[in-house]
Design a protein around this ligand. Structure first.
Ligand SMILES: Cc1ncc(COP(=O)(O)O)c(C=O)c1O
Length: 380
């Protein structure tokens, strides 16, 4: 449907290919393959932990996020999606409880669901449920709480960013429950304004002194800033957990593509900082265009988030509106979005929608939102 000519798609959420660093990627592939020694390494098997110079780059990058670590704390994964799947494989058994926000990233729900956990909504405010409540709920369901997962910055699907208080609360909760806290940092670099609160990893290391004592597991990716097609992400955690994850990696696919890791290392060295700025400017313009169009056209009763970065706006529709039915009507007028129910582990809410501004050009955003607002107004 999305490939139909004339469709304005707010559905995808994938990076805009106009931003891909084509020249740098070509130079990086040529550079690796043009020298017989690097070409041999690029076409060969490699260690499961990941290409050492790339891990060193990630160590330096994590230091800028307030996370001092060493190469022993880094595992390269095939996208951060593989990192989420590995963590689920290691941590979850059938009947265990996974704490996730509602809504949350669909790909995490899918990675976790394969191991048949019980999902329980993670509340971000202090108060109820308490750690004891979570623990007792898990026990009543025949298991234990095994992990909590959050997208702390410009979340997929809501665009929301956790306050410092919410971050401190989550760290307290993870400590009381004695569970790993998975911090998905996929959108952290795509910040349009202001200063973000520190990463959960940094906050916890400030509390406990070292990554080796920390429960937070940071999942990072190059997908949103450089290129998702190379499929390179990473996990940063205490060395003991990384060693166990290395065994999972070995069993799963031995190593992420050697060639792609070497290319990504060159790309990161040559273009990461510049790409971050390009992406921030590009997506901020589109976010502004989307928010302006929503303000101009949306009927009363529709509310939406105002993300300070990332790729998503979340729409809350009047209660009687079913976003799936709305999508069918929207497609008829050439507009696509994702109904919100997909992002809830229990599909609970039918009157919400995720809009991504990553792909439609600014000049199409206004027309798309005008048409979507028109069919919504007919139902409000
Ligand atoms: C929150 C979040 N985490 C992880 C991913 C996976 O990205 P990748 O596997 O390309 O690193 C995505 C992709 O959309 C995402 O939105």
């Amino acid at each position: 449907v999305l490939e139909r000519p004339g469709i304005v798609s707010f559905a995808g959420g994938i990076p805009d290919p106009a931003l891909f660093p084509l020249r740098e990627a070509e130079a990086a592939f040529r550079g690796v393959l043009g020298d017989p020694r690097t070409a041999a390494a690029g076409l060969q098997y490699a260690i499961s932990e990941g290409y050492p110079p790339l891990r060193q780059w990630i160590v330096r990058h994590m230091a800028t996020l307030g996370v001092p670590c060493t190469e022993d704390n880094v595992l390269i994964t095939s996208g951060s999606q593989q990192g989420l799947e590995f963590l689920a494989r290691l941590l979850l058994s059938a009947g265990d409880t996974a704490l996730v926000t509602a809504p949350t990233y669909l790909g995490a729900l899918q990675a976790f669901a394969a191991y048949e956990p019980r999902f329980c909504e993670l509340h971000l405010e202090r108060g109820e449920p308490t750690a004891k409540d979570y623990r007792e709920g898990a026990r009543a369901a025949g298991g234990r709480v095994k992990l909590a997962y959050v997208v702390a910055d410009f979340a997929n699907p809501t665009g929301a960013t956790l306050s410092l208080q919410a971050r401190e609360h989550l760290l307290d909760l993870a400590q009381e429950l004695d569970i790993p806290l998975i911090e998905d940092g996929a959108y952290r670099a795509l910040s349009f304004e202001g200063v973000l609160p520190p990463t959960l990893s940094a906050l916890e290391i400030a509390r406990c002194g070292s990554i080796e004592a920390a429960r937070t597991v940071y999942c990072g990716t190059f997908s949103k800033v450089l290129a998702p097609g190379l499929r390179i992400g990473w996990i940063v955690a205490g060395a003991a957990l990384i060693r166990r994850l290395v065994l999972v990696k070995q069993a799963s696919d031995l190593n992420s593509s050697s060639l792609n890791q070497m290319v990504m290392h060159r790309l990161a060295e040559a273009a990461f900082e510049r790409q971050v700025v390009r992406a921030q400017v590009h997506y901020r313009q589109r976010r502004d265009a989307l928010l302006a169009a929503l303000t101009k056209y949306m009927p009363t009763g529709v509310r939406w988030t105002r993300p300070g970065g990332g790729l998503f706006v979340w729409l809350n529709l009047p209660e009687h509106i079913d976003a799936a039915a709305l999508l069918a009507a929207a497609l008829d007028v050439g507009v696509a979005f994702v109904p919100g129910a997909a992002f809830f582990f229990d599909g609970r809410t039918r009157n919400s929608a995720r809009l991504s501004y990553s792909l439609p050009p600014e000049e199409e955003i206004e027309g798309g939102i005008a048409r979507l607002s028109q069919i919504l107004a007919e139902r409000c």
